[in-house]
Ligand binder design. Structure first.
Ligand code: SAM
Length: 240
C-alpha cells in the first residue's frame, strides 16, 4: 500500500458495514485521525476496534488547523481525515485543508466510499448521466426559490441536501413553480428507515404531509429531460 502523508477517508452514512477494507487499514495505521467531533468518531472507530489519537477539525477551526496539519505532515506524521459521515469535503470540512496541502506540495489521497449525494442520485431513478450537486439549499426563501427554479428548468438532474425542518417548505416552493416536476426525497439512506419517495413534487408532498419529517434527507430534482411520473408508492423495507 502506498503511504500518503494525508488520506481523506469516506465513512458510512448510516450502516456501519459500509466501510472499505482500505479505509480500515489506513485508519488503523496513521498517527492521527482528524475528525469533526472526537466523541462521535471515537465511538464509531471503537466499533471497528480502532483506537487512535484524534484531532478535531470542523468548519470553525479548519483554517487554523490546516497549517498545523501541513507542518506536522512535513515532519513525518501520517494523517487520516474523516468527517461525521460520508465523504470529507462534500458539504463537510476538507476543502480548505486540501488547498493548504496543494500549496505546500504535501501529497494527499482520497479513499472512495459512501456519500449521501451519489447514493440518493442513483436510488432516485432520475437521470444520472449528468447532474448538478448544490450542497445545502439556501435558507432564505428568495434564494432558495431561485435555486429550485433553475433546477426545474435544467437539462440535468439536481441534488441538494435539505434539513428535516425545511423539507416540506422546500417541496411546497417547488410545487408552486411546477407541481409536476419529478423529484425524489431520499430519507435515512442505508439506515433502518431508509425510504425513497419518488413521484411528481405534488405526489411526494402528499406522502410527506401525513408524517412529521424526521432524519436526514436528500432532495433530487429531475430536469426538463426527466420522465414525468404517474403515481408510485414510497418503498422502504417494511412494504417491499
Ligand atoms: N459529507 C457527507 C456526504 O458525503 O454525504 C454529507 C455531509 S452534510 C453535513 C449532511 C447532510 O447529508 C444531511 O443533512 C443530509 O442532507 C445528507 N445525508 C447524510 N447522510 C444521509 C443519509 N443517511 N440519508 C439521507 N441524507 C443524508
Amino acid at each position: 500500500m502506498i503511504e500518503y502523508p494525508v488520506s481523506f477517508v469516506s465513512l458510512p452514512i448510516g450502516n456501519r458495514d459500509d466501510i472499505t477494507r482500505r479505509a480500515l487499514e489506513v485508519l488503523s495505521s496513521v498517527n492521527v485521525i482528524v475528525c469533526e467531533d472526537t466523541r462521535h468518531t471515537g465511538l464509531l472507530l471503537s466499533h471497528y476496534g480502532i483506537s487512535q489519537p484524534l484531532l478535531s477539525m470542523h468548519e470553525h477551526n479548519e483554517a487554523a488547523r490546516a497549517p498545523e496539519i501541513v507542518r506536522r505532515a512535513l515532519a513525518g506524521e501520517r494523517f487520516a481525515v474523516v468527517t461525521d459521515a460520508g465523504m470529507p469535503g462534500i458539504s463537510d470540512p476538507g476543502y480548505r485543508l486540501i488547498q493548504e496541502l496543494k500549496c505546500c506540495g504535501v501529497p494527499f489521497t482520497v479513499l472512495p466510499g459512501p456519500s449521501a449525494a451519489t447514493t440518493a442520485l442513483v436510488g432516485s431513478g432520475l437521470p444520472s448521466d449528468a447532474f448538478f450537486f448544490g450542497g445545502f439549499l439556501p435558507v432564505k426563501p428568495g434564494k432558495r426559490s431561485a435555486c429550485l427554479q433553475t433546477a426545474a428548468a435544467s437539462s440535468h438532474t439536481s441534488v441538494f441536501y435539505e434539513s428535516p425542518h425545511r423539507i416540506i417548505k422546500t417541496l411546497e416552493a417547488l410545487a408552486a413553480i411546477d407541481p409536476d416536476v419529478p423529484v425524489c426525497v431520499a430519507r435515512e439512506l442505508t439506515k433502518i428507515f431508509e425510504t425513497y419517495h419518488r413521484g411528481s413534487v405534488s405526489q411526494v408532498l402528499g406522502e410527506l404531509h401525513s408524517q412529521v419529517p424526521k432524519g436526514e434527507f436528500v432532495l433530487i430534482i429531475g430536469g426538463v429531460n426527466a420522465p414525468r411520473y404517474s403515481h408510485q408508492p414510497a418503498y422502504n423495507q417494511h412494504n417491499i
